[in-house]
Design a protein around this ligand. Sequence first.
Ligand code: OGA
Ligand code: MN
Length: 197
Amino acid sequence: MEAQYHALIDSFIANKIGIAPSFISEALSTALQARLTLLSEQGQLQQAGTGNASVALQNKLFRSDKIYWLDRSHQQPAENDFLDMMDAFVANLNATCYTGITGYEFHFAIYEAGTFYHKHLDQFANNDSRKYTMIFYLNPNWLPGDGGELCIHHIDSLQLVEPTNGTSVFFQSNIIEHEVLLSHKQRMSITGWLKVN
Ligand code: OGA
Ligand code: MN
């Protein structure tokens, strides 16, 4: 894992956007895909909100993914393996970069064909506990032309990241504006936030 931590942290320091192309093993990604597919089939995903708009329709015009929060209380092996991996990563980050992270939260997300998430910041206006955003893509066989790119809005340029299997992205939640471009096929991921409370 150390090599992947370095890939993510070094590119974050150099470019503001950390990218590690194989942060999640193929085995774990496969297990997480199976878990997410089952949750979706069972109707356990919820329409995502934006944390401030109160009207459901308004939310839907802004982001149209469906989500499910990971939790150890589910006693589900794939979720626990993922959270174990995050515990190890956060311990490493705190030890090497003095980040002082005290907690985290992660949700699965599915963008069905025809969905998107407009440009936004990940920090709420009334709560600054989210410090770093981490995203993990769970899409084998993603092809150029499938859409669904993560689009990062730098001050004077745009950066596109393909949601390819195993890739992780890491950035500061309060300063990096980003969006998910229209996806042309089902797109699966885990998104979460490292927090200081
Ligand atoms: C989010 C988000 C980006 C992505 O869930 O807040 O911006 O690439 N996700 O899935
Ligand atoms: Mn976001």
